[in-house]
Design a binder for this molecule. Sequence first.
Ligand code: DLL
Length: 447
Amino acid sequence: MALYEYAHDLDTPVHPVSAPDYMPREQLRALQLHRLQGLVRRMYDNVPLVRARMDERGVKPEHIKTLDDIALLPFMMKTDLRDEYPFGLLASPMNDIVRFHCSSGTTGKPIVIGNTQNDILVWQNGCMRALAMCGVRSSDVMQVAYGYGLFTGGLGLHYGGEGLGCAVLPTSGGNTDRQLMLMKDMGVTVIACTPSYFLHLIDEGMKKGIDFKTDMKLKHGVFGAEPWAEEMRAKIEELTGITTHDIYGLTEISGPGVANDCAHRRGLHVFEDHFYPEIIDPETLEPLPDGEKGELVFTTLSRTGTPMLRYRTRDLSRITPEPCPCGRTIRTIERVSARSDDMLIIRGVNVFPSQIEAGLMAIDAVLPHYLIVVDKTNGLDTLEIKVEVTPETFSDDIKSLEKLRARIGHAVQRIININASITLVEPHTLPRSEGKLRRVNDLRKKA
Ligand code: DLL
């Protein structure tokens, strides 16, 4: 494989691990087809559920002659992982499994994903390429404050950082005071955690008088595992002076390092030599052409432990048809701002929490901490948004506070077309999280 030494337009050397990102498309498609054929054969032979579904459709592994033939194959979903809990979808003998990861399922039981040594290497490759894309190099000191354990965030970024030769500081989540102390004393240059935990770190740091711009050596934030709006991104960069990067992934497909954004921020480049993306219409299940928004589906071309065939992620995105100026040939998907499961129906209107976040973050006095509360009074849905605002706001007179409330209300209404009641609260009063933060409290479900 040719090694591309320089990104096309940026005068930055390309890390050797990134070479597959620049593979000529024809060569990439040939590799994808070869891997897909191997995967389908392996799954047909080893996973009874997949064999039964292929037999039902009259599809045999030898029918996969082109990449487009992927449309002949059945989908897989989270419910399959639940129904086959814990080991029913393993495609390799236990002897070859070296690690399990789990994530929460649709009911009480978690979903279980087995990794062979090969899978750990494929996953590490994705994380190394993601970090290299962020500009992380072996000279960096990287603090990994994603949770370590069954969640894939900690170990995924850990292996990625070590693979690149970084000095990794595996703090995991929690113990915020110690995180801040180590970040400062050890001159940490890269922080990897959920965007909501980073907001918590900024918040606690500020309370201690830490100025992220002058007291820390931080350059990069590698944030993911939950949606975060562009406006939130701008707020984090403004508060800390760091460059933020969006890393995407899910346990079922390996973990973080399935896709990541480059310096151009035109979307997330999918490491599609390993993780083949499709967009489908979630109603008809038909594949949608590039550019159209729908449900993101992945096929794990190279995995062997618990591989996934056309796995329906429930995440909403689209494949961006325009090539990226960075010269990478792997395609991009739009940043994932919503899962179909996250959609709220309020008074018959479909609302995604990320839309509300975008409206809130566009206003200067609003801090990046908010809570959406949906309830029902006299049979009618109600929407309340509690939002932290700068301390100075509270020294203003009542009239100015009312004006700010009205401004926030209008900003939100313009986007979602619903009248929300806005409650302004003091800084540090809303819940914080060490991992993924739930910013929606839907009391209708609890009634
Ligand atoms: O969240 C893996 C991960 C860890 C990704 C660390 C990035 C960084 P799960 O717990 O299985 O795995 O959750 C996967 O989280 O289907 C999305 O809905 C959401 N998600 C992950 N990354 C992003 C992102 C990890 N960058 C689910 N933007 C996915 C928006 C994200 N949503």
